[in-house]
Design a protein around this ligand. Structure first.
Ligand code: SF4
Ligand code: FES
Length: 382
């Protein structure tokens, strides 16, 4: 039996199934809800093409089968087609998570020729004005619509992702109508996850309960309408943690099935983990196998030995894993705490306080802090 197999069996830990390759933090847009780290200006040294090839090779050898290319905007990388081609050669199922900016018909064709399996495009709103305010670009909306149509015309299933927040959630009826008109096959209506820049802008992004309930009712009406029309467009509505009674099973558990490689080669159990007061290893110093199975960071919150009360005696601990470590840290300062999104958490009052703070926030969408490199430099200095 190989050494690799021994490592797996001894630890009881299975292989990673998902690799998220964050190719770059560069992005032409400035979305105030971006989950990228605030200090992205300090993280600009990107892995080279050959280094990414090596990462993919190692991940596939470990057992990973799904590979997402994201960022920032992954299309900024001119070697994206080469990376997709190598991923295909290695046998990954590949997904491109993109704003659509940087895409054109020729590039869609090149990506298809390279073997890309799936493209997901994000939309900010139903109309150009709100979309421009959210993304910081007056031209992005029209470009996204054109690229969504081009992706569909190229034979890909059209999967749209719309991040919902208080400034666009009331447009949901028009947003879904737009997606239906575009011929989307699936739409992810994802209430904003409050990490990174979104956490910085939390009070100005969080919708009210009334907005949320109206949006859920709108989604349900559309499901009925689509079924009556015989239109096969799946609507997935993701409730925000701040209005849930129980936390999400973040990443399927810490270091359980998912790993992110950040643009500079830092390996993380989730896209937000570098905010935590821990040192994360990089592929420039260690093999992915050693990082996955042996690193302190990946083992830190595996299993349930680390869990505090009330999680440690809770019947739901193997379903939600005590929630999200990053959210616990952002809200309590302790990454090992029960996620305050859980109504059983002794810190749940922090969620209620955040809702109250949001209710009192009267900023317009134009007054939120945009995610960009200039703002980031401020955070790097702090
Ligand atoms: Fe999940 Fe912990 Fe809440 Fe139980 S107490 S539901 S394990 S977060
Ligand atoms: Fe990091 Fe949930 S986002 S553990």
């Amino acid at each position: 039996m190989s050494e690799k197999m021994n490592i797996r069996r001894d630890s009881g830990q299975g292989a990673p199934l998902w690799l998220l390759a964050e190719l770059t933090y560069r992005c032409p847009l400035q979305c105030a809800y971006c989950s990228n780290p605030l200090d992205l200006a300090a993280r600009q040294e990107e892995l080279s093409t050959e280094e990414w090839f090596d990462v993919m090779h190692q991940a596939r050898a470990l057992g990973a089968v799904q590979l997402g290319f994201s960022g920032g905007e992954p299309l900024v990388r001119r070697d994206l087609e080469a990376l997709v081609g190598e991923a295909r050669r290695l046998g990954f199922y590949t997904n491109l998570i993109t704003s659509g900016l940087g895409l054109d018909e020729a590039r869609i064709e090149a990506l298809r020729a390279a073997g890309l399996d799936h493209i997901q495009i994000s939309l900010q709103a139903a109309d150009a004005e709100v979309a421009a305010a959210v993304a910081g670009s007056p031209k992005a909306h029209a470009r996204k619509l054109a690229m969504a149509r081009a992706v569909k015309a190229a034979g890909y299933p059209m999967v749209l992702n719309v991040v919902l927040h208080r400034h666009n959630i009331d447009q949901l009826d028009a947003i879904i109508a737009l997606c239906a008109e575009l011929g989307a096959d699936a739409v992810e209506l994802a209430n904003c996850q409050l990490y990174g820049w979104a956490h910085l802008n939390r009070a100005g992004l969080l919708p009210s309960r009334e907005q949320l309930e109206a949006a859920e009712a709108t989604t349900e009406r559309w499901r009925e309408r689509l079924a009556a029309r015989g239109q096969d467009m799946r609507l997935l509505f993701v409730v925000p943690d701040y209005y849930a009674e129980r936390p999400k099973a973040c990443m399927g558990g810490w270091g359980a099935i998912f790993m992110t490689v950040a643009p500079d080669g830092t390996v993380l159990p989730c896209h937000s983990a570098r905010i935590l007061p821990m040192r994360f290893p990089t592929v420039r110093e260690h093999s992915l196998e050693a990082i996955w199975y042996q690193s302190t960071a990946f083992n830190r919150y595996r299993g349930d030995d680390w869990m505090p009360a009330p999680c440690r005696d809770c019947d739901e601990r193997h379903r939600d894993f005590g929630g999200c470590r990053c959210q616990a840290y952002l809200l309590t300062g302790d990454a090992g705490a029960t996620d305050p999104a859980c109504a059983l958490s002794p810190d749940h009052h922090l969620i209620l306080a955040a809702r109250e703070e949001a209710a009192a926030d009267t900023r317009s969408v134009h007054e939120l802090t945009p995610r960009n490199i200039h703002q980031s430099r401020v955070f790097c200095r702090e």
